[in-house]
Design a protein around this ligand. Structure first.
Ligand SMILES: Nc1ncnc2c1ncn2[C@@H]1O[C@H](COP(=O)(O)OP(=O)(O)OP(=O)(O)O)[C@@H](O)[C@H]1O
Length: 765
């Protein structure tokens, strides 16, 4: 099975993109399979062999049936080639069930080996037979490779049957993505590889010790029965069995500790990589991906990915070593009984492939459904005041319950799948046990093996089966599950931000001039809605400019562009004559400070909030800016002054207090450009005037204010009026009032107490 998977990967990787070459390669490989098997069957070029076998065929002594498998494979493959060339339906190519054909042929070849060895007098000195046997097995592998190559070819030919092609792409993407997912996970886990290797060495040591135990157990039994064993050999077998058992226990203890360390280290690393990548994403990413999903990926998915991955790779290697070691013993004890047991391999390959594919799909659905439930929980707890104020707790809990119910149903599906997988596997196993005992008993009665050897073989066979079972149930199926969970984790870690912060510009002095040059903008989640349309304006260094306009007209969008949260569709936003994106990310956010509409504080002290993102900031400096922002007085009245905690998102402060702390946080950076987006809306008239005064007095700072309360912008050097994403007017308060345009209208409406905010949603273009 492992071999087939590897061959498949190889064929995918080295497979050329050229359809003609692929088809030619398939035809050539099929012809080689046919020719090689024909030569092996005819013992070179003995043409009489064929006529002789046809006239007096015996299933026990002639190899005609083994040879027939080769033209049979050839016919199926040529039929497949023809149907690909004729652009017929693709669906059959995509089915994992196609594995059944080569698997059944392998099975027949193994059975044939046993039948032939039982009756053919010249056996085992029959090199041509061995050639045919190996040729048939290799032919089956070649058939599977050819099938994979053809499947790829049929997509490339693009025959217009899109839904089939989609299915095909999905399945082929599967094996390719499994491979790249595993290599990705290994690359993330590089620092933990030494721990993993140390643990593996103990694991392999334990596995080798373990595989010797049945051998010595058999010798002990033969010793008890006095078969081929002296007293010394008997004692020797007991001592060696004890040593193997002790060594297995010691290795087990060491490997357990080391694997635990590996898992934790790996988990921590993947979580760090994930958060690092997420925090680098553009703001638009957070518009579409909900926090609940991110948290779910960070917690549940990273744990499943890392823990399951390490556990399964561990089991994979251990089981593989055990399978090889035990198989070698089994072959040495009785190759006939071993071959009988190897019949399981092709069956397990088919069963694993089919079930593994389904399990991976269900595992992905479970993760997504779980993330959806998490989103609801996160939204409900994060906005509990709103939920409470609308008395909607029950409905939110119901929504959560419904989503968890979906997750539960998917889990049931997964359990049923796993159960059926085990059932199918165990049924084959039971049949094989009966066959082994029947055939083994026959071999003991014909004195081919001893009773002790049969017991040893039986113990070995059990170990072989358990290890093989682990390779399939635990590794293939569960590895698929881990890979399913890791897909989103890897997608997030590898996601390249759409807005790059790759600028290098960081001049020692910034004047603070701003220019919007024919800017068009739309948000990533609503690409067709233009929120800014051909916006152009200039702000000189030190100027105090106000952006006004109806709600939804695009004022905050201008601020978002200045913060480089989003990028323009066309046009440019220039700072001191250079595009915003040319500036170094850290530099830009030091020289351009924003106080947003709903400033968010962190659950730390007020001092830490004001000095957020700055190292070594003195209390004096913090107090200075707090005074400027008219916050010092209320802070001093708090029980612990500047050390008072603000609670989650600053919830323990009032709206106005939060705004003042946020203004101080912006001022402490001495920004060249200060952006105030409704930053004083929650302040009373007196406080607002004081803060406004402080802002007006700021020397050498360019200030851009977005405000609805037009009285606060009367003193601005310039007022820019934006409506429906366009600059419609600009000038000083007096000029605009005289112009009797949009601004004058807005002022009048506000004076009369009418609402100015007639929402002007961006139209879809
Ligand atoms: N993150 C976003 N994703 C998609 N559309 C958005 C986003 N933010 C704002 N918009 C849309 O862009 C348009 C302009 O919004 P913007 O916030 O710039 O308006 P505004 O003039 O600042 O409004 P207000 O005065 O109400 O704050 C609106 O139609 C709004 O719905």
């Amino acid at each position: 099975m492992v071999c087939l998977v590897t061959l498949e990967q190889w064929s995918i990787m080295v497979g050329t993109e050229n359809t003609a070459i692929r088809v030619a390669a398939v035809v050539l490989l099929s012809l080689v399979d046919l020719a090689a098997n024909t030569i092996l069957y005819m013992n070179g070029a003995d043409l009489h062999k064929f006529t002789y076998d046809v006239s007096s065929f015996s299933i026990f002594t002639s190899l005609l049936d083994i040879w027939i498998l080769a033209p049979l494979r050839g016919c199926v493959m040529f039929g497949a080639v023809l149907s690909v060339l004729c652009n017929t339906r693709l669906k059959p190519w995509t089915s994992p069930w196609i594995l059944v054909l080569p698997a059944a042929m392998c099975l027949y070849t193994f059975v044939k080996l046993l039948m032939y060895s039982n009756k053919e007098v010249k056996f085992p000195l029959t090199p041509w037979f061995w050639g045919s046997f190996v040729g048939s097995i290799v032919g089956c592998a070649v058939f599977y490779i050819n099938w994979t190559l053809l499947s790829h070819t049929s997509i490339k030919m693009g025959n217009g049957i899109e839904e089939e092609a989609e299915g095909l792409l999905e399945r082929e993407g599967d094996s390719e993505s499994n491979f790249s997912t595993v290599t990705k996970l290994i690359s993330y886990g590089k620092p933990v590889i030494p721990y993993f290797l140390a643990a593996m060495s103990f694991l392999i040591g334990g596995a080798i010790s373990d595989s010797f135990i049945p051998y010595y157990a058999g010798q002990v039994i033969d010793g008890i029965n006095n078969i081929h064993t002296s007293q010394d050999q008997f004692m020797y077998a007991i001592i060696l069995m004890a040593i193997c058992t002790a060594s297995r226990a010691a290795c087990y203890a060491m490997r357990t500790g080391l694997f635990e360390i590996t898992k934790i280290k790996f988990n921590v690393r993947v979580r760090n990589l994930l958060l690092r990548s997420i925090t680098r994403q553009e703001i638009g990413f957070f518009d579409s991906v909900k926090t609940g999903e991110i948290i779910s990926r960070l917690s549940a998915d990273t744990t499943i990915t890392t823990v399951m991955f390490v556990n399964n790779v561990k089991v994979l290697i251990a089981s593989f070593v055990r399978v090889v070691a035990v198989l070698a013993f089994m072959l040495w004890l009785s190759w006939r009984l071993s071959i009988l047991n190897l019949i399981m391999l092709p069956i397990i390959a088919v069963v694993s492939k089919v079930f593994g594919g389904y399990l991976k799909k269900v595992a992905m659905e479970i993760r997504t459904s779980f993330a959806r439930a998490n989103e609801v929980a996160d939204e409900t707890c994060g906005n509990i005041r709103t939920v409470r104020s609308f008395a909607n707790e029950d409905r939110e809990c119901e929504r959560y319950g419904e989503l968890l119910e979906d997750t539960y149903k998917l889990h049931v599906r997964k359990a049923l799948l796993l159960g059926s997988f085990v059932l199918v596997e165990r049924s084959f196993d039971l049949g094989l046990l009966v066959l082994t005992l029947y055939y083994g008993g026959h071999l003991v009665m014909t004195n081919t093996i001893t009773a002790g050897e049969l017991v040893t073989f039986y113990l070995c066979k059990n170990r072989f089966r358990v290890s093989l079972g682990k390779l399939t149930v635990q590794v293939y199926a569960k590895l698929m599950e881990a890979l399913g969970a890791s897909i989103k984790v890897i997608e997030f870690i590898d996601r390249v931000p759409k807005v790059r912060n790759g600028g290098r510009l960081a001049p020692s002095k910034l004047r603070g001039s701003i220019e919007f040059k024919n800017v068009w903008m739309s948000y990533p989640t609503r690409r067709r809605a233009h929120v800014l349309r051909d916006v152009s304006f200039k702000v000189s260094p030190g100027e105090f400019v106000a952006l006004v306009g109806p709600s939804g007209s695009g004022k905050s969008s201008c601020v978002n562009l200045l913060e480089h949260f989003y990028e323009t569709m066309s046009g440019q936003v220039l700072l001191d004559g250079h595009p915003i994106k040319a500036y170094d990310h850290k530099f830009l956010h030091r020289v351009v400070s924003l106080v947003g509409q709903e400033p968010v504080l962190f659950a730390r002290s007020i001092k830490d909030n004001i000095s957020y993102g700055l190292d070594n900031c003195s209390l004096e400096e913090v107090q200075r800016v707090a005074r400027q922002a008219n916050a010092h007085q209320f802070i001093m009245e708090l029980p612990e002054g500047y050390e008072t905690g603000t609670g989650e998102k600053g919830m323990q402060l009032s709206g106005g207090q939060k705004q003042r702390v946020a203004i101080a946080r912006a001022l402490i950076r001495r920004p060249a450009v200060l952006l105030l987006d409704e930053a004083t809306s929650a302040l009373d008239a007196e406080s607002e005037q004081m803060v406004q005064q402080a802002i007006n007095n700021l020397d050498g700072h360019t200030v851009i204010v977005v405000a609805h309360r037009l009285s606060t912008v009367e003193k601005a050097d310039r007022i820019i009026v934006i409506d429906k994403g366009r600059v419609v007017e600009q000038g000083r308060h007096k000029e605009l009032m005289q112009r009797e345009g949009t601004y004058a209208d807005m002022v009048r409406r506000q004076l009369l107490g009418l609402d100015t905010s007639d929402d002007t949603e961006a139209d879809d273009d």
